[in-house]
Design a protein around this ligand. Sequence first.
Ligand SMILES: Cc1cc2nc3c(=O)[nH]c(=O)nc-3n(C[C@H](O)[C@H](O)[C@H](O)COP(=O)(O)OP(=O)(O)OC[C@H]3O[C@@H](n4cnc5c(N)ncnc54)[C@H](O)[C@@H]3O)c2cc1C
Length: 95
Amino acid sequence: MRPPKKLAQACNGRPFNFLTESVGDTATTAHIFGGCHMGISAENGVISTNHELFGYPGIYVTDGSAISANIGANPSLIITAMAERAMSLFPDRTL
Ligand SMILES: Cc1cc2nc3c(=O)[nH]c(=O)nc-3n(C[C@H](O)[C@H](O)[C@H](O)COP(=O)(O)OP(=O)(O)OC[C@H]3O[C@@H](n4cnc5c(N)ncnc54)[C@H](O)[C@@H]3O)c2cc1C
């Protein structure tokens, strides 16, 4: 019996997989990141440390594309934390 089936049997679970992986031999992930990674300057990043797009003042990126690399864990809380930090950097105009 193949390891996934053995593991499923051991923990009374059901093994399943994405069709693209089992038939297409193509790794699949629901955790898509990157594309607008953070940097010190436009030389090494797309956004600055306050999430502003280099060269486009006033445009901010605060979604999963701001995460530079796979964090190896469920990402929603990290995306939320980074977005909250980015928003906390805006001056509080209510004061
Ligand atoms: C099946 C599945 C299971 C997952 N399970 C987990 C989990 O258990 N734990 C976890 O932490 N993460 C999980 N993730 C990953 C997590 O959902 C994503 O990493 C996270 O939602 C990404 O956040 P985001 O803000 O980058 O994009 P999204 O959450 O995708 O938000 C993008 C938003 O932009 C909107 N939008 C798109 N185009 C436009 C447009 N042109 N104009 C206006 N709005 C637009 C969309 O409708 C959407 O609301 C899972 C993902 C999937 C697909």
